[in-house]
Write a protein that binds this ligand. Structure first.
Ligand code: XUL
Length: 541
């Protein structure tokens, strides 16, 4: 057994640990604490709690603390050699904020290893709950911040993203406005990632550029806290934030509490944690220009490695720092698995029947087109859900099934064009990526091969690989190349490659243009330009 490296992922629903072996170049252990099932006393539903309104979605930071203790206890029980772990890195659900008082650091420094963390860290919060990425209750605060920053375009140019409800800045402003005295007492505001890293090093941890970019507070070009954004958000905010650092930085050794309680070596290095999307970028092996991944899950996310900074001035896409020191883009579509499932269930189909229909129906769907807003949509912004069908009705089985999948990928192609770096391959992950018929349509529409990537927890794996690389570079001075690490560790995964059918290339080029015009018209409340669709039908069917 070689040196071991640990990647942790504190996600919405669970805390996961992956341990990799640097000699065998493989994964040696996976352990996960599910908040709802394993920590049921918090009574969360899939790790979340609802606030006063439907838009308010929070979680308990004390539960994440307990998850960490529970996870290490389990690893110990499985006789995992924690003492062989050389470095630990981690991942947190992005945007969520944790509010701490002036006791936080002293309590961390004086932890008693004979007692659990939860018993000792009850007095550190100025807010018992943390708003998380699913919270969309800050529209008012977004408008206020955006206005001070000179509007949408200026905000994007400064911060890499429009001012967005779930991002940390608007969430902090809401807390300041609604609970000013609790805000005053707040000495430190952490992201989920930097909060968890703080527990491990026993003092306040910095925020890395990857996760920092998801706050609406970091200047995307300079990678510094943006004075204007800070001022527009809340008073004295800079003092309440940790510093920003490069993602590969070693931020300290593991604290005495963990070395004494669980047998970690006192020399175990902790690497700056980051958000789940920057970590997944590495866990999926996206380290070069033109590499793109699509995760088909409860939301469909499209993310790409970017060598240079490129911005979406329409405000739909986000730019975060990539752990390689470059950038990454991210687009989040809300009408994803749940919409596919809703349509499938409305026709009483199973997934096999659903796929058969996809295989039997023609690319271009005989000119039938859908705008699939079964739920409110993030990209493009649609607040009131409504499904628009052109050339067919809601009872037409085959047309509906093909239309929703084509619509989802046409929309993805259309809204990712701003990234500029044309992908040459798409890695597909997430539940729906097991469906070959869906992946064929994805390949046809994007006109490039799609590879199914068999990674179950790309964020934790990315974190483990970052721990390995940082340690090799900074401690062993070996300067391992990302390309080699990715090749070594991601090789054993099983791939399934789907080639695009070139004969449909022109058809989908035309269809994406029509989709764009229909979307534009519908969002403005105008009539759809049906002439275009009729011409399309004449040309291809
Ligand atoms: C990204 C986003 C989600 C969370 C999920 O902007 O909100 O992908 O990071 O944990």
């Amino acid at each position: 057994m070689g040196d071991l490296f640990l990647g942790l992922d504190c996600s919405t629903q669970s805390l996961t640990a992956l341990i990799i072996d640097s000699e065998k170049k493989n994964l040696i252990h996976r352990e996960s604490i599910n908040y709802e099932n394993d920590l049921s006393k918090y009574a969360t539903s899939s790790g979340i709690i609802m606030g006063k309104s439907e838009q308010e979605i929070h979680s308990y930071p004390i539960m994440w603390i307990e998850a960490l203790d529970t996870l290490f206890k389990r690893l110990e029980g499985k006789q995992i050699l924690l003492s062989k772990i050389k470095a630990i890195c981690g991942s947190g659900q992005q945007h969520g904020t944790v509010y701490l008082n002036n006791k936080f650091e002293t309590e961390l420094e004086t932890l008693d290893p004979s007692q659990s963390l939860t018993n000792q860290l009850t007095r550190i919060f100025t807010r018992e709950t943390s708003p998380i990425w699913m919270d969309s209750s800050t529209t008012k605060q977004c408008q206020e911040i955006r206005q001070v920053l000179g509007g949408k375009t200026n905000s994007i140019k400064k911060l890499g993203s429009n001012i967005i409800e779930r991002f940390s800045g608007p969430q902090i402003r809401k807390f300041y406005q609604e609970q000013p005295s609790a805000y005053d007492k707040t000495e430190m505001i952490h992201l989920v990632s930097s909060f968890m890293a703080s527990l491990l090093i026993g003092k306040n941890a910095p925020i890395d550029y990857g996760d920092g970019a998801g706050m609406n507070l970091m200047n995307i070009d300079k990678k510094e806290w943006d004075e204007d954004a800070l001022k527009a958000t809340a008073p004295n905010l800079k003092k309440k934030l940790p510093p920003l650092v490069d993602s590969f930085e070693i931020i300290g050794n593991i604290s005495k509490y963990f070395s004494k309680r669980y047998g970690f070596s006192a020399n175990t290095k902790i690497i700056a944690w980051s958000g789940d999307n920057p970590n997944s970028l590495i866990g999926l092996g996206l380290i070069k220009k033109g590499q793109v991944a699509i995760s088909l899950g409860s939301s469909d996310t499209f993310f790409a490695f970017m060598e240079e900074l490129s911005l979406d001035l329409r405000g739909e896409g986000h730019v975060f720092g990539a752990p390689t020191g470059n950038y990454m883009s991210l687009l989040c579509f809300k009408n994803a698995s749940l919409s596919r499932e809703k349509l499938k269930n409305s026709f009483d189909l199973d997934w096999v029947e659903f796929s058969q229909i996809l295989d039997q129906t023609p690319p271009g769907n005989n000119g039938k087109l859908m705008l699939p807003y079964f739920f409110p949509e993030i990209v493009p912004l649609v607040l009131k859900p409504k499904v628009f069908r052109f050339g067919f009705s809601k009872d037409d089985l085959k047309e509906n099934i093909r239309a929703i999948i084509e619509a989802q990928f046409l929309s993805m192609r259309l809204h990712s064009q701003w990234i500029g770096e044309k992908p040459d391959i798409i890695y597909a992950t997430g539940g729906a990526s097991a469906n070959k018929s869906i992946l064929q349509i994805l390949a046809d529409i994007f006109k490039i091969p799609v590879m199914k990537f068999n990674v179950t927890n790309s964020a934790a794996l990315g974190a483990a690989l970052r721990a390995y690389k940082s340690y090799s570079d900074n401690v062993n001075k070996e300067e391992e190349e990302w390309g080699i690490i990715i090749k070594d560790f991601l090789k054993p995964q099983k791939y399934l490659e789907i080639k695009p059918r070139t004969q449909y290339g022109e058809l989908y080029d035309d269809m994406v243009k029509i989709y764009e015009r229909y979307e534009e018209a519908v969002l403005k409340g105008e009539r759809a330009p049906e002439k275009l669709r009729l011409e399309f039908i004449k040309k291809y069917f």
